[in-house]
Design a protein. Structure first.
Length: 266
């Protein structure tokens, strides 16, 4: 009797998107950690830093990292601050690999925890992290709880921590979904649109660490604007207009500016 031959494992390739604003101190630590752990987790990988108009000298730090580690480390630049969602959109547009992941460049998550997420993609389209312990202010934690409840009800999203910046996607999902949000609402937008298209979404706990530098920009005064954004997104997803379809097509054609090492520029 012939013995069935096992199929070789499918290579795991992952693009790690790091949206960053004024993270000069944290960025080298995050990049060093990624270069340390990712070779053991994936057959091929890249770290894509998206500098969203930093003014603290982070761009120069990022360019030095690109010079040393390209093509493992790549850099996209927004000349002015366009927003968190815009930074993630730019990173995804440059990504080359089959799995696309994003997290913040503030070192509040450990990239080594991707080892628990990557195997789950064999049966999932998206794996969404939730913070097991949160090292945030009381105000931010309260606002996040309220925000998660609203998103859960309106978009029928059964995710307890929708704004956790530790999310892993198959390329197929991001070829279907166009990110419209330029701000932090991008977290909810991605999960809500995935739910709308019936993609498989799984939650997985992830450890959260204190911020090593910088500070959060979330304030109570953001609530009215957030509620307006939620209403606009709900309408856009459930009752899309022709104008919106044209805008989405134009956004898909956008190409972010990448800063290459000197040897690659000519």
């Amino acid at each position: 009797m012939d013995v069935p031959v096992a199929s070789p494992p499918v290579p795991t390739t992952v693009s790690v998107i790091l949206p960053a604003l004024n993270e000069r101190e944290s960025l080298p630590v995050v990049i060093a950690r990624g270069l340390e752990v990712l070779p053991d987790l994936a057959d091929d990988f890249e770290l894509i830093v998206v500098d969203d108009g930093s003014t603290d000298g982070m761009r120069e730090v990022a360019e030095a990292l690109v010079e040393e580690h390209y093509p493992r480390v790549r850099l996209a630049v927004h000349e002015g601050n366009q927003g968190y969602g815009a930074a993630i959109r730019s990173g995804f547009a440059l990504a080359r690999h089959d799995l696309l992941f994003y997290t913040d460049a503030d070192n509040q998550f450990d990239l080594d925890e991707l080892r628990h997420f990557l195997p789950l993609m064999a049966n999932q389209d998206i794996v969404v992290g939730f913070r097991v312990y949160r090292y945030d202010t009381v105000l931010r934690s309260m606002l996040s709880w309220i925000y998660n409840r609203i998103v859960s009800v309106l978009f029928r999203v059964r995710v307890r921590d929708v704004d956790c910046a530790f999310k892993l996607f198959s390329r197929e999902v991001l070829e279907k979904i166009t990110i419209e949000s330029d701000d932090f609402f991008v977290d909810a937008e991605l999960v809500a649109k995935a739910r709308r298209w019936n993609y498989r979404v799984l939650e997985k706990g992830v450890r959260h660490y204190p911020r090593m530098a910088g500070e959060t920009n979330v304030q109570a005064s953001d609530i009215p604007a957030t509620l307006r954004r939620i209403a606009q997104m709900w309408k856009g997803i459930h009752f899309p207009s022709r104008e919106r379809q044209k805008r989405l097509a134009a956004m898909r054609a956008e190409v972010p500016r990448e800063i290459l090492p000197r040897a690659e520029r000519d």
